[in-house]
Design a binder for this molecule. Structure first.
Ligand code: ADP
Length: 480
């Protein structure tokens, strides 16, 4: 792949603020990567799909053998706890494994023709060069669930990871190359979003951009692709609700709320950022949640005692703290937290105290905007219809959950919540790789990653008609 020193920018471990120097490719390097991917396409696309799957299977074996090592790197670079990081690496392993299997099932359908001697079927075909632009919060899992199906489907790839997590991206690409992905098929370009990312979006030879990140950047990417009629798949923000009904198992709901809101420091696109609680149990639920939030231990993700790691960077720390200010101005109560956390070693990192906003109404910014930090908003409601109305009151629709023991309420919620994913009696996080993942409304643009549905992003359908009548058969006209 030939790393070339073009620009050096610094990446920081969010816990220790240590500086690494990293060689990155500048925007013009995107051009070279696209050329390499274009040149590699024909040979890669002609390789039998199961052969591509075998390479992916080898990558799964390598990742499995290096699981702890890769998880340590993930924790050091991104900050999430080691247990969490290990879960992410395991998820990436699941994707590799699953997609290797899928390589033997990249099938179309055969359909009866309306003509007497005609054979018709469909097949999937790769798109060509695809660009993948990814965020820092799942620096291994998100690239994996884009990159691996893209490759198995026969595309060649230019991969631009987030600025904050270049090392994880580099390690992942090295694993794939070691497994046998040929030169030029997979090209890593490290660079700034507005330069390198934008260069990929603009380039006429990039046939699809698959993006995960903020809603604002997603809009830019979509506009860029629309200018030249390129395909685009977007996975963006969430303001994911957990509804807790008065008949819920409260202990279970609390576990789910703590994990959903504070797990991964709230930096998941599926994090539970709104807790919509029936007023019958509001007081009890709130008191117990505050108690649980105060017990969470912040610190270095490598320590087994740590429950909550740091935020990714200083800008994010300021942004999250800014929302505490907004909450105050909007008249919400801050029941716990609401400050930058500087005890002990945490003074050297970007830590934010687990925070709970209460007395929140749906029109407040803290009930509408994605914060991406450990600070859920509690909203009281009087009924299930009101809970669902509140749940649906944002522009997002990624994940959602309801805690109830009443099967009728559960089914109404499953039917009426506007979201790509709804959990019953479980938190908003924990997607499995063989199920569709994605959201409605402004969370996405109609695609689903994971499961076989991801192939609809990375392939085109081709329809084939084979006439074995030896004469000109006319569809629709010969049928009379
Ligand atoms: P986040 O707020 O999670 O960092 P962003 O949407 O800013 O999300 O970033 C997600 C990815 O998009 C990153 O890889 C980033 O470098 C890239 N990016 C940022 N701005 C642009 C842009 N204008 N065009 C293309 N990619 C971009």
């Amino acid at each position: 792949m030939g790393w070339r020193r073009v620009v050096a920018f610094q990446t920081r471990n969010p816990m220790h603020r240590a500086h690494h120097e990293l060689t990155v490719r500048a925007a013009r390097e995107a051009e070279a990567a696209i050329t390499a991917a274009s040149e590699a396409f024909n040979a890669w696309a002609r390789l039998p799909v199961p052969k591509r799957g075998e390479i992916v299977e080898r990558a799964a074996d390598i990742l499995r053998a290096e699981m702890d090592d890769v998880a340590r790197l993930l924790t050091r670079e991104e900050g999430k706890t080691f247990a969490d990081a290990r879960g992410e690496v395991y998820r990436a392993y699941n994707v590799l494994n699953y997609t290797a299997g899928q390589s033997r099932r990249l099938s179309g359908v055969t359909i009866p023709s309306e003509l007497p001697k005609n054979f018709v079927y469909t097949m999937r075909q790769p798109l060509g060069v695809v660009a993948l632009i990814t965020p820092w919060n799942f620096p291994l899992a998100i690239p994996t669930w884009k990159l691996v199906p893209a490759l198995v489907a026969g595309n060649t790839v230019v991969f631009k990871p987030a600025e904050d997590t270049p090392l994880m991206a580099q390690r992942f690409v090295e694993i794939l190359l070691e497994a046998g992905v040929p030169e030029g098929v997979l090209n890593l370009v490290q660079g700034i979003g507005e330069e390198t990312g934008a260069a990929l979006v603009r380039h006429p030879d990039v046939n699809l951009v698959s993006f995960t990140g903020s809603t604002e950047t997603g809009r830019e990417v979509a506009i860029g692709c629309a200018q030249r009629h390129a395909r685009v798949s977007l996975e963006m923000g969430g303001k994911n609700p957990i509804i807790v009904m008065d008949d819920a198992d409260l202990d279970l709901a609390l576990e789910g709320a703590v994990w959903g809101a504070f797990g991964t420091t709230g930096q998941r696109c599926t994090a539970a950022s709104r807790l919509i609680v029936h007023r019958q149990i509001l007081r009890q639920f709130t008191d117990r949640l505050v108690e649980r939030a105060r017990q969470l231990r912040l610190g270095d993700g490598m320590l087994p005692t740590t429950d909550v790691g740091p935020l990714i960077n200083e800008a994010q720390l300021k942004r999250v703290h800014g929302y505490t200010e907004i909450a105050r101005q909007e008249g919400a109560s801050i029941l716990t937290g609401g400050h930058i956390y500087t005890e002990g070693d945490c003074a050297r990192g970007f830590f934010y105290a687990p925070t709970i906003f209460a007395n929140v109404s749906t029109d407040m910014r803290i009930a509408q905007e994605e914060i991406f930090g450990p600070c859920p908003a509690i909203i009281g409601v009087n009924s299930l219809p009101e809970a669902i109305e509140v749940a649906n009151s944002t522009k997002y629709g990624l994940s959602s959950a309801i805690y109830t023991r009443d099967v009728n309420k559960a089914f109404l919620a499953m039917r009426d919540i506007e979201a790509g994913i709804t959990y019953v009696n479980s938190s908003t996080i924990g997607a499995e790789v063989h199920l569709p993942f994605g959201g409605v409304k402004q969370t996405g643009n109609g695609h689903r990653e994971g499961s076989p549905t991801v192939l609809d992003i990375f392939t085109e359908w081709k329809t084939l008609y084979i006439d074995y009548s030896g004469r000109l058969q006319k569809a629709q006209m010969d049928n009379e």
